[in-house]
Design a protein around this ligand. Structure first.
Ligand code: 5GP
Length: 219
């Protein structure tokens, strides 16, 4: 049987969560296990962590360069977080969406708001909640990436981030990683099937309707 491949628009899957919720693990799973979606790599002015690679996790640039790119309108959105700047480069994202490829965004609520304002029809957003504050703190301490002062800053900011949960399309409480992965993949699979995104449907149905049925035969 021929598989029917209907042309569709790429979608923008936004994943937001307070740090320590497991967002990066989930995002990595999606990218590694689904060949039709790739990560939007942001630019940031914050310092590179020892395990991070420039051009893979972020493009690490200085403040002057960031400012220049804002002025040149090179970002789809940008925000100031923990006193540093983070922004989504426009070019790479638009190129992928035009080709019908999906893009995953690991960005905060400010970025979600901005992308929704300019491309609501293309956006599907998921907010990840921790099961409790206690677990959030334990995860931040366990990953051993931040100084105690930064951990405290991240915990304080988690309330602000969480307060925007209702602006998102879907909420996942990340109690169990496997269950959360299953939920996120279900969301992605369903959202890809929305008729608004399947721009090839018009042609398909047009052809379908014009197929003639005569004397028990389709001709
Ligand atoms: P981190 O410094 O821990 O990598 O990221 C801090 C926060 O910045 C996270 O909540 C992350 O989702 C957010 N973030 C990363 N890149 C972007 C971006 O390009 N735009 C916005 N608005 N937020 C971002």
């Amino acid at each position: 049987m021929n598989s029917i491949n209907i042309k569709r628009r790429g979608l923008m899957l936004i994943l937001s969560a307070p740090s320590g919720t497991g967002k990066t693990t989930l995002a990595n799973y999606v990218i590694e296990n689904d060949s039709h979606i790739s990560l939007s790599i942001s630019c940031t002015t914050r310092k590179k962590r020892p395990n991070e690679i420039d051009g893979v996790h972020y493009y690490f640039i200085n403040y002057d360069e960031f400012k220049k790119r804002i002025e040149n309108e090179e970002f789809l959105e940008y925000a100031e977080i923990f006193g540093e700047f983070y922004g989504t480069p426009k070019k790479q994202v638009l190129k992928k969406l035009d080709k019908g490829e999906d893009v995953l965004f690991d960005i905060d609520w400010q970025g979600h708001r901005q992308l929704s304002a300019i491309a609501r029809a293309d956006v599907t957003s998921v907010f990840l909640l921790p099961p409790s504050k206690k677990e959030l703190l334990e995860r931040l301490e366990l990953r051993n990436q931040d100084k105690p002062k930064t951990i405290e800053q991240r915990m304080l900011r988690s309330d602000e981030e969480i307060s925007h949960w209702h602006e998102y399309d879907y909420i996942i409480i990340n109690r169990d990683l496997d269950h959360s992965i299953e939920k996120l993949m279900s969301i992605l699979r369903s959202e890809r099937l929305r008729k608004e995104r399947r721009i090839g449907l018009n042609d398909f149905v047009g052809t379908l309707i014009h197929e003639k049925f005569v004397k028990s035969k389709v001709i």
